[in-house]
Ligand binder design. Structure first.
Ligand code: NAP
Length: 454
């Protein structure tokens, strides 16, 4: 078996890699396990030095790795460069801050000395998605490795070049072999890896379908598990919204990463008194979104990652239109080479249609009208997911009602939901559990060891 990446803009093969056989997996786990013993005994300063070197190397190679990302999964070259820079910034941030995030906590008790210390636990197995091929790995692995663990990851099969790039980057930066290892394995090899006693924790970033499977395997093997899953993020427009800014951010929030972001805004819920105005401006702006070659700086929207994903999105839209939804712009697959899909706006979407209840992983926005802000928040929360959400309002009370009322892992006001090094990232409800980034993320794969000295 082999892993093949296909350029979604040209439909040409980019690269092919052979899958790892069971013997290769055994070797990788052995190396990771022995790497853990030397890596965990290094000081924070020593770990920081290597991580900073990785950041420097990455910064010097931004155009190269960005081109690789664009060729393997179609994100615009500008977005890919931004992703690489964000990864380098995260490496620097955790090189600098992990020691203080994991500092021993003193807790007063009846004892002479007591508290909590955070110790590394061992090799962590991570299953990763293709949509941010560098960032997803960095977001998970960098804090975890800085905490003293090592990481073995299975990347999505369509971004093998990115998987190899990041593994080599770490080796070239001076991390020993086995600190960050990529495995080219099929999903039927995953259960044995999770069951392996050398693996002490498991994480997946991906769909809730995959999350159920990984969560079940982790539970069966009693392994600590973090799940970062999908979402259908609400974008709530309140009466006091600044409409020009809101509409421009609504477009960006929907088409970022060619519409394939877990925290992309997917449902736009607008209070009655601003609905007509928002819809007219939003449809106009979405109709002007330039679809095209992701390497062209003028392009705002590149292709979807694969024919399968493009056909899935087209089927979700077509079936919703059959059920009564109306496309005010887009909704038609363009002819020609490449897995393109236009920026699309749907209204009158029945709750039980595919666009009404499935995640739309592409540039398709669903707009709802709410009678008032309470109704908007009710619609926003009427979903199995709870990843991110945003409230758009200038009035402080409306902002506060959005912050308090949205049942999500991350809520932003007057800005697009984004992951930040300083804040925990993760979901609630079917969007998963556990956190990445910040002190909470760094501690996920540590043993929070309570101590008491009488
Ligand atoms: P996916 O189909 O779930 O795949 C993600 C990864 O999981 C891939 O490596 C995939 O490998 C693997 N996988 C799938 N089914 C599996 C199973 N039964 N057992 C073990 N591994 C399995 O998702 P995707 O299409 O790559 O990514 C899109 C989804 O990820 C969306 O739902 C998006 O919202 C979500 N996402 C969430 C976050 C977050 O931080 N919350 C971030 C990015 C994306 P194969 O391809 O080999 O099956």
């Amino acid at each position: 078996m082999s892993f093949t990446s296909i350029n979604p803009a040209t439909e040409e093969i980019v690269a092919e890699y052979l899958s790892h056989a069971p013997g290769d997996v055994e070797h990788a786990l052995k190396v990771a396990s022995s790497a853990f013993h030397s890596w965990k005994s290094m000081s924070f300063d020593e770990r920081s030095e290597v991580m900073t070197r990785a950041a420097e190397l990455l910064e010097s190679e931004v155009p190269v790795v960005a081109q690789l990302m664009t060729s393997e999964m179609g994100k615009t070259f500008a977005a890919a460069k931004g992703e690489a820079m964000k990864c380098a910034a995260t490496m620097r941030y955790y090189a600098q801050h992990t020691e203080s995030l994991l500092v021993e906590q003193s807790v007063p008790t009846s004892g002479r000395r007591s508290g909590v210390r955070f110790e590394p636990v061992g090799p962590i197995f991570a299953v990763m998605p293709w949509n941010f091929p560098l960032w997803q790995v960095v977001r998970m692995a960098v804090p975890t490795i800085m905490a003293g663990n090592v990481v073995v990851f299975k990347h999505a099969p369509n971004v093998p070049g990115c998987a190899k790039y990041i593994e080599h980057l770490f080796v070239r930066a001076g991390f020993g072999e086995g600190v960050l290892t990529t495995l080219f394995v099929e999903i039927d090899q995953v259960p044995d890896i999770i069951a392996d006693p050398r693996i002490v924790g498991v994480t997946l970033t991906g769909s809730d379908r995959a999350g159920r499977s990984i969560g079940e395997l982790a539970g069966k093997n009693l392994k600590k598990c973090v799940l970062e899953l999908g979402g259908s993020d609400p974008f709530v427009v309140a009466a006091s919204a600044d409409m020009e800014h809101t509409v421009s951010m609504a477009v960006t929030a929907r088409i970022q990463n060619n519409g394939q972001a877990c925290i992309a805004a997917k449902r736009f819920i607008v209070v009655k008194e601003r609905h007509k105005e928002f819809l007219a401006k939003f449809v106009d702006a979405m109709a002007k979104v330039q679809l095209g070659d992701p390497m062209d700086p003028a392009t705002a929207l590149g292709p979807l990652v694969s024919k399968t994903q493009r056909d899935l999105l087209a089927a979700q839209v077509a079936s919703s239109i059959e059920a009564g939804a109306v496309a005010l712009t887009g909704g038609v697959v363009p002819e020609g080479v490449g897995f393109y899909y236009p920026a699309t706006v749907l209204v009158n979407v029945p709750a039980d249609s595919r666009a009404g209840c499935e995640e739309l992983f592409g540039p398709v926005a669903v707009v709802y009208e709410a009678s008032d802000l309470s109704d908007a928040l009710r619609i926003a929360n009427d979903t199995p997911w709870g990843l991110g959400g945003s409230i758009w309002a200038q009035d402080d009370d409306e902002v506060e009602r959005g912050l308090a009322g949205l049942v999500v892992g991350t809520v932003f006001a007057n800005a697009m939901v984004a992951s930040m090094n300083e804040l925990p990232f993760g979901g609630t409800k079917s969007s998963g559990f556990g956190r990445e980034l910040s002190a909470l993320g760094v501690r996920e794969f540590t043993n929070a060891k309570s101590f008491y000295v009488a």
